[in-house]
Write a new protein. Structure first.
Lengths: 229, 135
């Protein structure tokens, strides 16, 4: 009759083995669990709370995917964190997300520049009233607006950049107030995901809103979007 | 190995404290990789009771909630079962059955003393009575 180790009760082992061996065995449980397998301490529920992976030299943790040849997998197919723990790299395979699931968090940046503007205007078409811009093919959130201005001529204007959704302002930058020609000013405003959302079919556009003394400016405007799907 | 007859300790505060000290002495302090301080049993600890309890109930009764809990008819029967299984593994491993415990077994109970002693568990079982603690 043969026994696997896990079938043998502690009291049987204790009676058939030396104290030294038993103590070594008990210590080894935790050593194997934490130091070799990287199972986080305190996982007494039967579930692994976390896996700590870090070889301390070339990478911060690595999962190899073996297709029957481990030596090949070491260099060809793996999921690996860099040594500094700043990114995770999937090597040797495509990442496939089956429908309807998505990778959340992809970002889109809308960049606009107007080479001379002196009245309120949408950035996409320079029209004062009719919004165009990004016709959303996916739902998401507006994360930030960044505005750049260069004052070309007198009078010195004050303006702010705005993100418009379907023709209405939803996020505005602080105002850029110019006091001299050839001045450059810039500002940026950020917000959390989910504060200003948009749906498929919404129009997202940048808008230059002069609040005082319209004068000729060069204007740049960047909108950052994060996509939900 | 420490075998504790929980039912024989019920309602005996002095016995409770003595058992608690004995169990705690059998634990070895260790520090985990994450710095957590834990106690690791240096030998198997078994609790026997006829009551429907969990090891957490043992802790709530004032004892260290450490070890394995068995619900049994009697401690004597449990010890006989242990010897039977030890012999089964010993025979399968080529060591040979002996019908006795091979190493020290500390049995804490107030019953079956003579028969337990006949099982050759050494040292002889300790009888716990209020005001008469043998260790």
């Amino acid at each position: 009759m043969a026994f696997s180790y896990t079938q043998i009760s502690d009291y049987v082992l204790e009676q058939l083995m030396s104290n030294l061996l038993i103590n070594t065995l008990v210590d080894s449980y935790r050593y194997i669990g934490e130091d070799i397998l990287g199972i986080a301490a305190g996982a007494t529920s039967g579930y692994v709370a976390a896996l700590n992976m870090n070889n301390g030299v070339t990478h911060g943790g690595k999962i190899l995917f073996c297709g029957g040849d481990q030596s090949a997998a070491e260099t060809e197919k793996y999921l690996q964190a860099d040594a500094a723990g700043t990114y995770v790299e999937l090597q040797g395979m495509d990442l496939v997300v089956s429908s309807p699931y998505v990778i959340q968090g992809d970002r889109v940046t809308l960049c606009y520049y107007l080479d001379g503007v002196s009245a309120d205007a949408y950035m996409s078409n320079q029209d004062t009233a009719n919004s165009s811009g990004y016709y959303a093919t996916r739902a998401g959130s507006i994360l930030s607006i960044a505005v750049y201005g260069y004052n070309v001529t007198f009078p010195h204007p004050t303006f702010q950049g705005e993100v418009h959704k379907n023709g209405s302002s939803v996020l505005a930058s602080s105002s850029l107030a110019f006091t001299a020609t050839s001045q450059e000013k810039k500002t940026k405003t950020t917000q959390a995901r989910g504060v200003d959302t948009f749906a498929v079919g919404d129009y997202i556009d940048g808008f230059i809103n002069f609040t005082a003394s319209p004068g000729l400016i060069y204007a740049g405007l960047t909108i950052e979007l994060i996509l939900d799907s | 190995m420490i075998v504790i007859d929980f039912d024989s300790l019920s309602g005996k505060p002095l016995a409770c404290e003595a058992v608690k000290r004995m169990v705690m002495r059998s634990l070895a302090p260790r520090v985990t990789q994450s710095g957590e301080k834990i106690l690791v049993p240096r030998q198997p600890i078994y609790w026997f009771t006829k009551l429907n309890m969990t090891i957490q109930d043992i802790g709530e009764a004032g004892f260290p909630a450490i070890g394995t809990l068995w619900g049994v008819k009697s401690v004597l029967e449990a010890l006989k079962e242990m010897i039977k299984e030890i012999d089964m593994v010993a025979e399968a491993s080529g060591i040979g059955a002996t019908g006795v415990f091979r190493r020290e077994v500390l049995v804490i109970t107030d019953t079956d003393l003579k028969e337990i002693a006949a099982l050759k568990a050494t040292p002889l079982p300790v009888k716990l009575m209020e005001g008469q603690l043998g260790f």
